[in-house]
Design a binder for this molecule. Structure first.
Ligand code: 4AD
Ligand code: MG
Length: 427
């Protein structure tokens, strides 16, 4: 008999099914056991009566034991999922020891037992949505004629400044784990023109915020022959496509996680372009301190995000706050042609950082000097500007940031299976 997954059980009422899964909850009387079975797709109550083969095992098996059973599906209004399986054959595949995770565990303990906690209903739902998000990112780029191409994770250059670089020994030479594919991607645009990649990026973030990981998945795109406004159109299209795909495929899971599906429904282009200078004006009106050149902190983002009911871009940041590769704004040279895409709400924040790229080698060198970076290490990057440089732009989106915001998750670590943060590299 073929296996039925629990989500499909409603289609099998009155029929005999084979289920495989793990014991989620169990309760036994003298001559009956109620075993709530879970598989990746859901849970269902299974009733095992005395006399059925395997009844004794059903009585003694602890939660998280793995099970294969056969039984008949009945509709039952009283059962939590609306169905019940009356078991005719019950077999334990692997008995479980006493499961160390009980109700109401501390966050630290759940992180120590992460390899078992990944089985939880909450993480299972988030990971399923995360999978849909990654699929939707690929679909979007491929539908727009992008090539997928990879760049190395080991590099000798900082893309986003030296302070968050992870240093490593590389056969007697100093190297780093990459912060972004961007610099290599810029070289590749002179070949493939429209490219994207989803890969891990690494940041030695000393900050313990709800939005920072040391290793995160980075969806990045780089495009030749486009200006910054064209890049913003790709970005708002990408986020909107991902959100609408999640609603289509996972509305139920989103609601169970407490996501704001009404707000998500509104996520469609265009997104508002808010100049950095206007952020300062808005902060003044709200009585929140901020002056030209300041980063936009979590506090300011929260004050601002009340003004918007869908993501928005903060554009044209002061040049000195942003990395060396950003294109100077020809209309206002103290700013750059860049944008951070900000999602509203507590679980929101910066989803995307992107810009048009500086093509003038003299300006790049001056920016590197201003950052205190030795231009000597950027030899091959400068070559891109020497051999047929063209206008180009790109951006990077944090996959866990996006997942956190869409699912309305309190802490980013629950948006990746095995989080790496300043104080955790186990399991
Ligand atoms: O703004 P960032 O630093 O931009 C870049 O790395 C560019 N080189 C991207 C590009 O233009 N190709 O990072 C981009 C995004 C952020 O907006 C955020 O979503 C995510 O990456 N991000 C992080 N996510 C989780 N943990 C961290 N420590 C993150 N740092 C950045
Ligand atoms: Mg950024």
């Amino acid at each position: 008999m073929d296996r039925t997954v629990i989500a499909d059980i409603g289609k099998k009422v009155g029929k005999e099914v084979k289920l495989q899964g793990w014991i989620y909850r169990t309760r036994s009387g003298k001559s009956i056991s109620f075993v709530v079975l879970r598989d990746y797709s859901g849970t269902v109550q299974c009733v095992v009566k005395e006399g059925v083969r395997g009844f004794e095992d059903a009585q003694k098996a602890l939660i998280e034991s793995s099970v294969e059973l056969k039984g008949k599906v009945k509709k039952d209004e009283r059962a939590p999922t609306g169905y019940e399986v009356h078991v005719t054959d019950f077999r334990i595949v692997g008995f479980a020891d006493d499961f160390p995770i009980k109700d109401q565990q501390s966050t630290e303990l759940l992180l120590d037992w992460r390899h078992l906690w990944v089985r939880s209903q909450k993480l299972n739902k988030i990971f399923r949505i995360r999978s849909a998000i990654l699929g939707a990112i690929h679909d979007y780029f491929r539908s727009k004629g992008f090539f997928e191409i990879q760049s190395p994770s080991i590099t000798t250059m900082a893309c986003e400044g030296g302070s968050t670089l992870f240093e490593m020994k590389y056969f007697g030479q100093k190297a780093y784990l990459t912060q972004s594919w961007q610099l290599h991607a810029e070289a590749l645009t002179s070949s493939l023109e429209r490219i994207y990649c989803i890969a891990p990026s690494f940041r030695a973030e000393k900050s313990r915020t709800r939005h920072h990981l040391a290793e995160y998945w980075h969806a990045e795109a780089e495009v030749a022959w486009i200006d910054h406004e064209q890049s913003l159109k790709i970005q708002e299209g990408l986020i909107s496509h991902v959100v609408q795909t999640c609603l289509k495929k996972h509305r139920k899971e989103l609601q169970e996680l407490g996501a704001d599906t009404k707000m998500l429904e509104k996520v469609k282009p265009p997104f508002r372009r808010l100049p950095y200078a206007e952020v300062i004006e808005r902060m003044e009106k709200k009585g929140v301190r901020m002056k030209w050149g300041d980063d936009v902190t979590d506090l300011q983002l929260r004050a601002l995000s009340g003004d918007f009911d869908k993501p928005f871009f903060i554009v044209n940041w002061p040049k000195e706050t942003k990395p060396f590769y950003m294109l100077e704004n020809p209309d206002d040279p103290k700013t750059v042609l860049n944008a951070d895409c900000i999602a509203p709400g507590e679980s929101g924040g910066e989803l995307i950082g992107g810009s048009a790229r500086e093509t003038d080698p003299k300006k790049i060198l001056a920016n590197l000097k201003r950052e205190g970076t030795d231009p000597k290490n950027y030899g091959w990057y400068m070559d891109i500007r020497r051999f047929g440089s063209v206008p180009h732009a790109g951006f990077g989106m944090g996959v866990e940031r996006l997942t956190q915001w869409i699912c309305n998750v309190d802490h980013i670590r629950d948006c990746i299976a095995f989080p790496r943060t300043i104080n955790r590299v186990y399991p």
